[in-house]
Design a protein around this ligand. Structure first.
Ligand SMILES: [Zn+2]
Length: 129
């Protein structure tokens, strides 16, 4: 799962997107996987936000008359992806610990708090229910 990758692996995945032009699904997954790195690390926050913005603009650039997304907005998204990769790479093997509890939608998967507890325990499915 993309969300369980280390910062360095996510940086590689971001760089690799250059070879998958207009792959909005891939960008969306990388946005989701890097979101909590942005929340936790001030060095990553701005680059993550810029990437999220650029990939949304690319997604919205679809023109039915052309039948595709704009190449220019893809390039902007790739520039943002490269900067996010540069911000992530120094964190190396760091990964966000994820909650493994079961919920109504499958594994919880939310990033654990610093004290190792899940911020969404209300969503956990207990055997007593
Ligand atoms: Zn949880």
């Amino acid at each position: 799962m993309l969300k369980e990758r280390t910062a360095a692996e996510l940086a590689d995945a971001l760089d690799g997107m250059q070879h998958h032009q207009h792959n909005t699904g891939g960008l969306s997954m990388l946005d989701e996987a890097t979101l909590e790195f942005g929340w936790r690390y001030p060095s990553i926050g701005p680059a993550q936000e810029a990437f999220a913005k650029a990939r949304h603009l690319h997604k919205r650039s679809y023109r039915t008359e052309v039948g595709n997304y704009s190449d220019e907005s893809w390039q902007d998204a790739m520039d943002a992806a490269r900067q996010l990769a540069e911000a992530l790479r120094p964190l190396g093997e760091t990964r966000i610990p994820r909650c493994k509890e079961r919920t109504g939608w499958g594994t919880c998967g939310i990033g654990l708090k610093d004290d190792g507890t899940c911020p969404a325990t209300d969503e956990h499915r207990t055997t007593e229910q």
